[in-house]
Design a protein around this ligand. Structure first.
Ligand SMILES: [Zn+2]
Ligand SMILES: [Zn+2]
Length: 266
């Protein structure tokens, strides 16, 4: 085997419950071969959140985040929130998410999205876990809501970060981490590349958001955790730093924000 260019990487955002990953052991073996040592798998509603927990419980290297995605948001009741808390109490749940606001697709009324986000933020504060935010074209309302939780919410993650440097700086000022997706490898993504370049290295994560958004050279194909290496390499290129350095720091950051331990064996 060739000497690896880096020790390990963490994919901070994957949807391993999707049918594309039915042969999960093969997916995990390819990730391991590529140097991806740990993965956070994400729920978007109660059903997929429960699946995420199950997958994490069955695989040492996988952790789970649970929550209601803005596309799936609804008028949550106190009972729903208790249910979410119960799911989130599992040992391998490292965050609430993905939760947020998506005004790009606007699949649910904005008022419902906001309510659903606020209730879940209250839950995150209550249980003391960080949040994984999904925010698209909703920065004004997001900052207004997030600022109300700034003092109490544990440091959290902006997943699939899609803003420019100005927005990135506001997120950083609020103590959030920026998770860079494979989109950064696409042509004409200069604003995102600028964010990858200018953000402090101790606040960056990398993710696949698989099965979506495969990085170049796999663009258009089914994405999977192994491919996060290409995203990390592009981030390193943008910063004119080594892949190893980016790998070391993004791995440390993911472990810090999600409070996860290194694998016993990489
Ligand atoms: Zn998302
Ligand atoms: Zn996602």
């Amino acid at each position: 085997m060739m000497m690896a260019e880096f020790a390990e990487l963490i994919d901070s955002h994957a949807h391993l419950d999707f049918p594309e990953f039915a042969d999960l052991s093969a997916v995990l073996e390819r990730a391991r071969q590529a140097g991806v040592s740990q993965i956070v798998t994400i729920g978007i509603d109660f059903e997929t959140s429960r699946k995420a927990v199950r997958i994490a419980e069955e695989n040492e290297s996988i952790f789970a985040a649970v929550g209601i995605h803005p596309h799936d948001s609804f008028a949550v009741t106190a009972e729903d929130l208790r249910e979410l808390e119960t799911i989130a109490a599992a040992k391998k749940v490292v965050a609430l998410g993905e939760i947020g606001l998506d005004y790009y697709r606007d699949r649910k009324p904005r008022q419902i999205q906001q309510e659903c986000l606020i209730r879940q933020l209250e839950t995150a504060v209550k249980i003391g876990k960080p949040v994984i935010f999904h925010i698209r074209d909703a920065w004004g309302d997001f900052f207004e809501i997030a600022s109300q939780f700034q003092a109490t919410l544990p440091p959290s993650v902006m997943h699939c970060f899609s803003g420019d440097w100005e927005i990135a700086r506001r997120c950083l000022d609020m103590g959030f981490y920026l998770s860079i997706p494979g989109v950064v490898t696409f042509p004409k993504t200069d604003p995102l590349q600028e964010v990858a370049k200018r953000a402090p290295l101790d606040r960056l994560l990398v993710e696949t958001d698989c099965p979506y958004l495969a990085p170049v050279p796999y663009r258009g194909k089914t994405n999977e955790p192994a491919f996060v290496v290409h995203t990390a390499r592009k981030v390193a290129q943008c910063r004119k730093e080594s892949l190893e350095k980016v790998a070391v720091h993004t791995t440390e950051n993911a472990r810090r924000v999600f409070a996860i331990q290194a694998s016993v064996k990489v």
